[in-house]
Design a protein around this ligand. Structure first.
Ligand code: FAD
Length: 521
């Protein structure tokens, strides 16, 4: 959508093709029984990207801060500002009095990471600024910032170790390690994981729900003369002839294509016949590399409509809440124990999976979002809509589906989540549920066509299949075919909404450059 908005602003002939009824993918909101929910991301982080993009495109979004609370067992902390880090340290010390020194060390590192984050996102991302005309920005902000940025990038790249391994080097208490890191994706680079305290302060929420962002972009694309075609799924890319084909066999001719969806799908459906031999070989190599890699972790989300006023929840925590009901931590539950279940699935009894599920739901960390606490208009009077989610492994759902008991498993999972949350932080939920439903990793795969139901692109591996260094982000949008660019969560790692937007803009820039070059020749 970012690419389409920028290209149509430049007067290019743009067609945005989307397989769903609505645009926005994992940035999406919907209403059910008068309750508003966000289907994907629960709040947005500016990261020096979203607000500059909105300003540059002249988009108006009415936003509020999406205040975050952190909770472990009975201790709940409301994050207000940088000083909350001291309160976080005290909270951890209260829960793990035996690990005072280790906690001091962790907090010291988080503080350093936050300083790096201040540099990284300290100015509006220059990609969204008109550098030719905005001299004040160039001389007052960009030039003084560049040396700090280069210095900081060096430091960041040295913290590329997976957070679990990194913490092991100085935190001996495994429960403490888990409590700090278990709500991150497997092998998240330490810098990215430990930067989350900064990101908590950065979260904002568009009034009316996160879906207001794609809605605003959609209106802008149309205003600029771009065309949007929904409920149209691309099933084939003919790279040499520059044609796309949709599910109804309708073909579309393009000069330049920006593929902003799953890249495994792109390489599977792209025909390379007729391309120059060098490009064809590069396409094959890239395809093999991508197909060998996996999408990152997925999530399971439980949506609840509760007959209980917002006030009951407001007293406990903010509308964006990371809650861990047990200080024990997941340990090997979501790693070795789960791997064992998955690799021996045929021999494993249903009861074993359900007893694993008991542990998994009791020891996990939940992301709880209450849209009505951010915007009270989003719920019927006296009622509350709640979204409770936890990271979930796609393969488990997939194997259970193949074994024929997915609906039962989902019921069991929903029951357990509900009982863990109502036995701990929200006791009033027990008898107040009017309706409930959920989205699994399989629903995500089905909805946005994302491999392994991934929500932020590739899983973290030693060697990543896409660019993963911010100083090289400009190249993240290139594919072996000069007329095809890539953008979005699969084009750069670590991904998320801001990087999807940034890569969208970078891809649009590349297309414009190419168009201008052709015009000259
Ligand atoms: C519960 C949850 C919490 C999250 N929390 C955060 C967070 O705190 N911070 C953060 O930054 N990110 C978060 N994310 C991740 C973030 O939402 C995504 O990384 C981001 O929205 C990806 O955007 P995208 O446009 O790159 O891809 P997508 O949202 O996957 O969009 C791809 C689009 O392409 C369409 N499409 C796919 N295949 C085809 C085809 N063949 N033909 C036509 N159209 C097609 C899809 O329907 C979709 O609309 C979260 C996600 C979830 C689900």
């Amino acid at each position: 959508m970012t690419s389409a908005a920028y290209l149509s602003r430049d007067g290019q002939k743009v067609l945005l093709i989307e397989k769903n009824k609505e645009c926005g993918g994992l940035v999406n909101s919907f209403t059910r029984d008068g309750f508003h929910f966000d289907a994907g991301v629960r709040a947005l982080e500016d990261a020096g990207i979203i607000f500059p993009m909105l300003k540059d495109l002249g988009l108006q979004l009415d936003v509020v801060k999406s205040k975050v609370s952190l909770g472990i067992e009975n201790e709940i902390l409301h994050i207000e500002n940088l000083d909350s880090l001291v309160k976080y340290r005290d909270l951890l010390k209260k829960i793990f009095p035996e690990s005072e020194q280790e906690i001091d060390e962790v907090v010291k590192i988080i503080r350093t990471v936050m300083k790096h984050m201040d540099v990284l996102y300290g100015i509006e991302n220059p990609v969204f600024i008109d550098l030719k005309h905005d001299r004040t920005f160039v001389f007052k902000k960009l030039l003084p910032w560049l040396p700090k940025f280069i210095f900081t990038v060096g430091k960041i790249n040295r913290m590329n170790l997976p957070v679990e391994e990194y913490l092991k080097t100085f935190v001996k208490n495994p429960s403490l390690r888990d409590i700090i890191s278990q709500h991150f994706f497997k092998n998240t680079p330490a810098f990215f994981a430990l930067s989350y305290f900064s990101l908590y302060l950065d979260y904002f929420y568009p009034k009316g729900g996160v879906g207001k962002l794609p809605e605003a972009l959609k209106n802008k694309i149309i205003e600029y003369g771009g065309e949007i075609k929904t409920e149209t799924k691309i099933i084939e890319v003919m790279a040499e002839k520059c044609f796309l084909k949709d599910q109804n066999n309708i073909t579309y001719k393009y000069d330049n294509l920006i593929w902003a969806a799953d890249l495994k799908t792109f390489y599977k459906i792209t025909k390379t016949e007729g391309l120059l031999p060098g490009i064809k070989t590069k396409m094959e190599d890239t395809k093999n590399k991508f197909l060998k890699n996996r999408g990152g972790d997925s999530v399971f989300s439980l949506f609840l409509e509760a007959d209980e006023p917002l006030e009951s929840f407001r007293k406990i925590a903010n509308g964006h809440f990371f809650y861990t009901p047990s200080k024990l931590g997941l340990g090997e539950t979501h790693r070795e124990e789960l791997n064992y279940l998955l690799s021996n699935f045929e021999k494993i009894k249903k009861e074993q999976i359900l007893s694993w599920l008991d542990k998994f739901t009791k020891l996990n960390t939940y992301e709880i979002s209450i849209p009505g606490l951010k915007d009270p208009e989003l719920v019927p009077p006296g009622k509350t809509g709640i979204i409770i989610s936890l990271l979930a492994e796609y393969d488990l759902f997939s194997k259970i589906q193949n074994a024929g008991w997915l609906d039962e498993f989902i019921q069991e999972l929903e029951n357990r989540i509900l009982s863990v949350i109502s036995d701990t932080v929200y006791p009033m939920l027990k008898d107040k549920i009017i309706a409930r439903f959920s989205f699994s990793p399989l629903s995500i795969e089905n909805r946005v066509g994302s491999s392994e139901g991934a929500i932020t692109g590739w899983s973290f591996q030693k060697s990543m299949p896409v660019i993963n260094k911010i100083q090289n982000s400009d190249r993240s949008v290139l594919t072996p075919v000069p007329s095809i660019y890539q953008a979005g969560q699969w084009a750069y790692s670590p991904a998320g909404v801001p990087m999807s937007i940034l890569t969208g803009k970078l891809a649009a820039n590349r297309v414009l450059k190419r168009v201008k070059k052709f015009r000259k020749t």
